[in-house]
Design a binder for this molecule. Structure first.
Ligand SMILES: Nc1ncnc2c1ncn2[C@@H]1O[C@H](COP(=O)(O)OP(=O)(O)OP(=O)(O)O)[C@@H](O)[C@H]1O
Ligand SMILES: [Mg+2]
Length: 266
């Protein structure tokens, strides 16, 4: 059954509401039922730093200044987890609606975890440039947070399709009053993040403490050097290693230092 919550967005895009809190918890949303948690706090800090960077990009009228691309070097470093929780933090603390976009066509992708498989989304836009974008956004129980599922490629009429970067640019322009967070695949294993890097005004590069190799990180950063602002988000870092974050001497962009702790052991 669809969940209908009152959403006070004022005049704006029409949204269908069908993502439940249980779906979001399944996808990794941190739910703080008993007060604030360290992990939640780390995301709030990272989101506020990211918000400052986004605001600068928007004020400077940069190309897709309202867009953040989330990637990493390798699979399973925490991209989708970070994208979801950063998007939720940005939505809760900022004044702009946030659209979390699934751009990673893999098994158990964010859309699947959110129980949104089969819903039209980003790939449908690449097949049909005339699609009404407002109708594709899905509301969530988090105030001001919306999701654009991955969707599926459909048969395109001649000259009706558009490339992935063009579709993302169209989204950025259409939702110019929103912030867009795109969950993508790993740079060293998929091509989409590097294809989208020139479009994104800022990239959040998730680095898994004690696992991401420095040489791989440098290779990945080289692939996205077209993006002017890259923030490193260190995930799953344990207490003693906290200073290890600074060991990455990447000076081409910004650092985020959320020090997200490792997943709790069950
Ligand atoms: N700091 C963290 N605390 C708790 N759980 C985490 C943390 N980081 C990641 N996880 C969990 O680890 C698993 C892998 O994370 P996630 O799916 O976000 O990785 P990914 O980089 O998106 O992977 P892929 O490349 O396959 O898309 C998920 O179950 C996620 O919920
Ligand atoms: Mg993922």
């Amino acid at each position: 059954m669809d969940m209908h919550l009152p959403l006070d967005l004022g005049p704006g895009p029409e949204v269908s509401q069908s993502c439940t809190l249980a779906n979001m918890a399944q996808a990794g949303l941190i739910i703080e039922t008993e007060g604030r948690t360290r992990l939640g706090d780390e995301f709030r800090i990272a989101a506020s730093r990211l918000q400052a960077v986004i605001s600068t990009s928007i004020a400077a009228e940069e190309r897709c200044g309202n867009l953040v691309l989330v990637t990493s070097t390798r699979p399973a470093e925490g991209k989708s987890f970070a994208a979801l929780n950063i998007a939720a933090s940005l939505a809760r603390t900022g004044s702009r609606p946030v659209l979390l976009i699934d751009a990673d066509a893999k098994v158990r992708c964010l859309s699947e975890l959110l129980s949104l498989s089969g819903r039209a989304g980003l790939l449908n836009i690449t097949s049909d440039r005339t699609l009404q974008l407002d109708r594709l956004t899905i509301g969530t129980p988090v105030h001001n947070l919306f999701v654009l599922p991955l969707g599926a490629v459909t048969d395109a009429l001649p000259n009706n399709g558009q490339s992935l970067p063009a579709a993302v640019e169209r989204l950025s322009a259409h939702f110019s009053a929103w912030t867009l967070v795109i969950d993508t695949g790993p740079l060293l294993a998929t091509s989409d993040p590097s294809v989208l890097a020139p479009v994104a005004s800022q990239i959040l590069m998730v680095v898994e403490a004690a696992r991401t190799q420095r040489s791989e990180l440098e290779a990945a950063l080289e692939m996205i050097k077209a993006c002017p602002k890259v923030m490193l988000l260190l995930n799953k870092q344990t207490g003693q290693n906290r200073s290890a974050f600074g060991a990455y001497s990447y000076t081409g962009g910004y650092y985020a230092k959320p020090n997200l702790p490792p997943p709790a052991r069950s």
